[in-house]
Design a protein around this ligand. Structure first.
Ligand SMILES: Cc1cc2nc3c(=O)[nH]c(=O)nc-3n(C[C@H](O)[C@H](O)[C@H](O)COP(=O)(O)OP(=O)(O)OC[C@H]3O[C@@H](n4cnc5c(N)ncnc54)[C@H](O)[C@@H]3O)c2cc1C
Length: 345
């Protein structure tokens, strides 16, 4: 395990902005993680755990501590559909593997960038599936107790784009391995409108491989598949969460929409709550796809993706974020909460 100094973080992220890590190490095993944690303690360095860098915004000043990148490999497969996967495995590589072996449960999550270890953190989801439906347990290193411990799925506290790992216990655990229970010979799920539309008129029962291809094609069309040379994919994915409103807040939104003679698209979330499309709020606050502010911008194909148009600084991305938040707040009375993790601020 090699500890490096002054390592640029921008190339290790999909957004491609931000400064250096004062110290950097890539851990390929649990032993490496323990050694890196010991090093950070000895030197009194703040620790940041990095996966695939697809959901982070690194400050222009970088991280004045140790960045620990998780590279733990290995896909351990059981005929029952139980998969124990190293946190450093590329997520889409694992999805491709499961689909090729005809296990269902994660096919709609094809094409999401990042690592396996990153998926439980924000309960990754897309096209009608989220990992909380298939994660059975995980192994994590507890930085407070200085030992590894197992979590059942129930203990992870999964909800929409959240778990204990990005809320109550944020920064406490390093995820080492994640176990998923998939369905052998399972049928593909077609719950999501975009996916149903894709298959409408031809095959009503597509294979898992066909669903995977469809999801990747739909994603590529929206610039939501990392594609070298496609500036719309130089992003951290959706930059804002879809707000979930209840009671008075929801009524206020409907009132403001009625004033403008607009119909709010809303999807029931939990009982008495409504998940509102953040993209709709943004586009109805005067922002258009392709909007540019310096070197930062909104993707030309996805209203929620803020992109590094070329050579952007983090300050430029943040200026755009703030402009959007302020205008949506002013127009709709709603605070848009960012989805990515801010590092080194
Ligand atoms: C083009 C694009 C499309 C996307 N589409 C989607 C989508 O459809 N749905 C969706 O939910 N997300 C989406 N995302 C967001 C992102 O891909 C996911 O959140 C992904 O799971 C992040 O994983 P990562 O390994 O890249 O994490 P990183 O970006 O490296 O880190 C994100 C957070 O997780 C923590 N973390 C990462 N690994 C570990 C670990 N092993 N142990 C402890 N903490 C860890 C980090 O400390 C940080 O707080 C998209 C992103 C992009 C760029």
């Amino acid at each position: 395990m090699e500890i490096k100094e002054n390592v640029p973080l921008a190339p290790l992220t999909t957004l491609g902005v931000g400064g250096n890590a004062r110290f950097f190490v890539r851990a390929e095993s649990i032993h490496d993680v323990e050694a890196a944690v010991a090093f950070s303690r000895e030197k009194g360095l703040a620790l940041f755990v990095l996966g695939g860098g697809s959901n982070v915004v690194v400050s222009d000043r970088g991280w004045n501590g140790l960045v620990l990148q998780i590279g733990i490999p290995g896909i351990d497969e059981h005929a029952t559909g139980q998969f124990n996967v190293g946190a450093g495995v590329n997520w889409d590589t694992f999805v491709a593997h499961a689909v090729s072996r005809n296990y269902s449960g994660i096919e709609c999550l094809s094409g999401i960038p990042g690592s396996v270890g990153g998926t439980p953190v924000q309960n990754v989801g897309a096209y009608g599936q989220e990992v909380s439906q298939t994660i059975t347990s995980l192994l994590a290193f507890d930085l407070a107790a200085n030992r590894a411990r197992e979590f059942s799925a129930g203990e992870c506290g999964f909800s929409y784009r959240t778990s204990i790992f990005n809320t109550s216990q944020r920064g406490r655990y390093v995820i080492l391995r994640v176990s998923y229970g998939l369905e052998p010979g399972g049928k593909a799920q077609l719950q999501y409108a975009d996916l149903r539309k894709y298959f409408a008129g031809h095959d009503p029962t597509p294979t898992l491989a066909e669903v995977r291809d469809a999801v990747r094609t739909i994603r590529a069309g929206k610039g939501m598949l990392i594609t070298p040379g496609d500036p719309d994919s130089r992003s951290a994915g959706s930059f804002f969460k879809n707000p979930v409103l209840a009671g008075a807040a929801h009524e206020e939104l409907l009132r403001r929409a009625a004033e403008r003679q607009l119909q709010v698209p809303s999807y029931p979330a939990l009982a008495q709550q409504h998940k509102i499309s953040a993209a709709w709020l943004l586009e109805n606050s005067g922002f258009k796809k392709g909007y540019a502010l310096g070197h930062a911008g909104i993707s030309t194909r996805h209203a929620l993706a803020l992109i590094n148009r070329d050579g952007a600084t983090t300050a430029e991305i943040l200026a755009l974020k703030e402009e959007i938040q302020a205008r949506v707040q002013q127009t709709w009375g709603i605070h848009l909460e960012p989805e990515p993790v801010f590092v080194g601020f």
